[in-house]
Ligand binder design. Structure first.
Ligand code: NAD
Length: 506
């Protein structure tokens, strides 16, 4: 019988009573390996009930003790890392090593959150007026939620939950229905680490579950990561229901290759960041922009050679560069883009369509695909493909390359490869994109900086992780207090007592 993945509510695994389910595939073989329940609105409300009941006591637990739970959690994730990585890889299709990286990047944010006692400190001004002290404190919001995508089933839930929990909130996670098992295992580990029941909950589902989260007045904030149309919908709906929202969307990341760049380094960077994880990363490089035809011709020739050597196979096999895509529908979608690129007149240097792996003929594989002479009006340049497809869009000079990255509707990540410090500085300062790499192809900021794209890659005014995450998951209260001294009392008596003008520091 096919395994049914449970929700995780009130500290325990709970079977769904709703009836609607979705298939969870093993992308490497194409087989259905489990089913996931799609929660009803009533089930989601029951989860929020649990979170609401558990939150006050958690908020009242001192921040050092909350941080200790996270410390223990890190230890447990390391203990179970190999098992978690296998589970993640088998549902997502990324290689085992890449799955370990997914978990590790999540854990690095939890490590940052251990600094919660410091990060939650308020500000204090003594003697702001006669006998007046002013101080601020950061308080949790209450129940908050995370709605996360399939492509980082460990990292992104942990980016959302870590700061929220450390700040004293209760958390409702609605993970992707395509690879939902790892979030449930993380929930179990939180309990084992000492997190009180009900503080971290996982509810599976689709639009019905998401809409219930968005409209329930008890959920005070929503952190979302996924595709841009859904990010926009969630941002608008959450705001219309009085919630805070930070919603991160799709991407089309450019890598500018200056004529003086080290071509060996550039080719390695493009192969790794373009095809790693089958291109299913929001920070994948999907557009190479060589500046000038000389370096463009050399780059196209070198990439064509290297693409042929890539090893594509089952995600759990050794020695595989990348595995299958997440679903058959994802393969068909990407194949549609490849055909569109051909129809629009781009030069196809490597065609990944029809790719099969011996013994795994039903797996969701797609070979590496490379286009040259792609122009900014083509769909394969404008739209996010989210597959192992790299396009070369040539620029005549630096200003054109800069404008291409800046004018694109997405603004998640961008990179420049050059030996010229002046060009790199100018690029970093002027490019209209949220995260910039200089000779670094995937500039995902480390945990104690913040992560967030611009333009249609991010909606909301605070980024993920780093100090911003603590701002997002807390509200600031400011206290103005006066303990009247004898002198003040005397001054008040002389001025006649009550005052009818706005207090100032005059
Ligand atoms: P998706 O938008 O399909 O799904 C994301 C989440 O939204 C899932 O939990 C899903 O169940 C839910 N959802 C889907 N349709 C919905 C609807 N109609 N109403 C309400 N909720 C809905 O995204 P995905 O395919 O899981 O993930 C890939 C996308 O995520 C890519 O576009 C990628 O660029 C983006 N992404 C962005 C970042 C970032 O930080 N900017 C990071 C990772 C992934």
């Amino acid at each position: 019988m096919t395994r049914m993945i449970p929700h995780f509510i009130g500290g325990t695994a709970v079977e769904s009573s709703g009836g609607r389910v979705a298939d969870v595939f093993e992308p490497s073989t194409g087989a259905v390996q489990a089913r996931v329940p799609l929660a009803t609105a009533d089930e989601v409300r029951a989860v929020i009930d649990n979170a609401e009941a558990a939150q006050p006591e958690w908020a009242a637990t001192n921040p050092q003790k909350r941080a200790r739970v996270l410390m223990k959690f890190i230890e447990l994730v390391h203990r179970d890392r190999d098992e978690l990585a296998r589970l993640l890889s088998s549902e997502h299709g990324k290689t085992l090593e890449d799955a370990k990286g997914d978990i590790q990047r999540g854990i690095e944010v939890i490590e940052f959150c251990i600094g919660a006692p410091h990060l939650l400190k308020g500000e204090y001004s003594t003697g702001a007026g006669a006998g007046i002290d002013v101080y601020s404190m950061r308080q949790p919001l209450g129940v908050v939620a995370g709605i996360t995508p399939f492509n980082f089933p460990a990292m992104i839930p942990l980016w959302k939950a870590g700061p929220a929990l450390a700040a004293g909130n209760a958390f409702v996670l609605k993970p992707s229905e395509r690879d939902p098992s790892v979030p449930v295992r993380l929930a179990e580990l939180f309990i084992e680490a000492g997190l009180p029941a009900g503080v971290f909950n996982v509810v599976h589902g689709d639009k019905e579950a998401v809409d219930t989260i968005l409209t329930d007045p008890r959920v005070r904030a929503v952190g979302f990561v996924g595709s841009t149309p859904i990010a926009e919908y969630i941002y608008a709906t959450a705001a219309a229901h009085g919630k805070r929202a930070q919603c991160f969307g799709g991407a089309k990341n450019h890598l500018i290759v200056m004529p003086d760049a080290d071509l060996d380094q550039v080719v390695d960077a493009l192969i790794g960041s373009g095809y790693g994880s089958a291109g299913e990363r929001c920070m994948a490089i999907s557009v190479a922009v060589p500046v000038g035809d000389e370096i463009a011709d050399a780059l196209a020739a070198r990439l064509t050679e290297r693409v042929r050597e890539l090893k594509v196979g089952p995600s759990l096999a050794d020695d595989v560069d990348y595995g299958p895509l997440v679903t058959r529908a994802a393969v068909e979608r990407v194949e549609g883009y490849i055909q569109q690129g051909i129809d629009e007149g781009a030069t196809l240097l490597a065609d990944g369509r029809g790719f099969t792996v011996e013994g795994h003929e039903d797996g969701f594989y797609l070979g590496p695909t490379l286009f040259d002479h792609v122009t900014t009006d083509m769909a394969i340049y404008r739209e996010e493909i989210f597959g192992p497809v790299l396009v070369i869009a040539r620029a005549p000079d630096y200003e054109h390359a800069l404008a291409m990255a800046s004018d694109h509707e997405y603004g998640n990540g961008v990179a420049i490869f050059t030996r010229d410090g002046d060009a790199a500085r100018d690029f970093a300062a002027r490019v209209n994109v949220g995260m910039v790499g200089v000779n670094v192809p995937i500039p995902v900021p480390i945990a104690y900086f913040t992560f967030g794209g611009w333009k249609n890659s991010g909606f909301g005014d605070l980024n993920q992780h780093g100090a911003d995450a603590f701002r997002f998951y807390t509200k600031t209260k400011t206290v103005t207090s006066r303990w009247p001294s004898g002198i003040l009392r005397q001054a008040q008596a002389e001025s006649g007592g009550a005052s009818f003008v706005i207090p100032t520091m005059h």
